[in-house]
Design a protein around this ligand. Sequence first.
Ligand code: SF4
Ligand code: SF4
Length: 239
Amino acid sequence: MHATIQKPIDEIVSYFKPGEKVCIIGCDNCAAKCHSGGIAETEEMANRLKKRGVNVIAWCVPQPPGVSLCKLSNTRKFFLEKYDAQIRDADSFLVLACGQGFHTVIDATEGGLVHPGCDAIFGGESVTEDFIAEYCCLCGECIVDYTGGLCPVTLCAKGLLNGPCGGAKNGKCEVDRNRDCAWQLIYDKLKALGRLDQMKSYIEPKNNARWSRPRSLVLDKGAATFNSLAGDRKIANHE
Ligand code: SF4
Ligand code: SF4
């Protein structure tokens, strides 16, 4: 899921020109789970902006319940069926979701003016209803088989592929003593798995071209092609 937080209200208000007719759009999946763009937060944003003098003409959160705003086919259908009139009348859209949802609204409205209402902060795991943690930063070349399933690219402050750095103290990171050292966690995990020998293996530098952006994935009859600056990588899942 994409973790998002709402932008400061003063910044959001500054986006709108006087009289601009605004439709606010939330997301019932990730943004709802982050309490940044679900039904309650979208309605609340509409009320807050109206009080600040913004010309909010409609607000909506594409349904069915739990659906992601970044699912273009659903968002397009929802808009066309339920909000066509308001959308045609709107000068702009304020999106309470991540950048993927943001761009879906550009596409669904065929190039509409879209303002971001949230900052997308990371892709994470909903560990509990109240706690979302970042465990993967989508580098395009996964090496966690060598690290007990824990990602040093994400969990180590320096992103070290071969650690620790030498600054860890009592299992805590030298960059922030309140955080666990990722390489201590990796050591403990490998030890628990009976795979400590992995600590001695050298992990080669990553191919950062696979981390280049923008990237895309093209799906075709069970196969896929991953496109990045590293070149196209075709994956035939069923062979
Ligand atoms: S190595 Fe890359 S793909 Fe694997 S968990 Fe870490 S960031 Fe994600
Ligand atoms: S102390 Fe550990 S987590 Fe922190 S930078 Fe060094 S190796 Fe990475």
